[in-house]
Design a protein around this ligand. Structure first.
Ligand SMILES: [Zn+2]
Length: 130
């Protein structure tokens, strides 16, 4: 039985050897195509991240999402455009987190070098320490 062209579908092979064609309902696929997945629907936090994902049709992905702020989780099917925007947002957030980490590392190293220099000048470091 052919599916409707506007309903993504895929085949699932059952242990019995039979193949079943799964068609996704409109209601799930049309869930707010403008939605930004990084924004939590429960608390409006902007740190939602994926827990798991799999492609369920040519242009649709099932993604399990989690918000670290309110701990809500949701699994839904999203179209390729929504997922692509989410991927870009995740890349941007990862770059920002990496930049913050490097800033923190530099600050920690600066503090460490200052303490080491002060200890050296105060005579608290001896050749036996190395
Ligand atoms: Zn949340």
């Amino acid at each position: 039985m052919p599916g409707r062209p506007d309903h993504p579908a895929h085949s699932v092979l059952l242990p019995s050897g039979r193949s079943v064609r799964v068609t996704y309902a409109d209601a799930v696929l049309r869930a707010d195509p403008e939605r930004s997945l990084e924004c939590c629907g429960a608390c409006a936090g902007m740190r939602v991240h994926p827990l798991a994902w799999k492609q369920v049709a040519e242009c649709h992905w099932q993604i399990s999402l989690r918000c670290p702020d309110c701990r809500s989780e949701v699994t839904a099917v999203f179209d390729e455009d929504v997922v692509r925007r989410f991927d870009i947002a995740l890349d941007r957030a990862a770059a920002e987190a990496t930049a913050e980490l490097r800033t923190l590392e530099r600050a920690n190293m600066t503090e460490y070098a200052e303490r080491f220099t002060a200890a050296l000048h105060a005579g608290h470091l001896l050749p036996e320490d190395f």
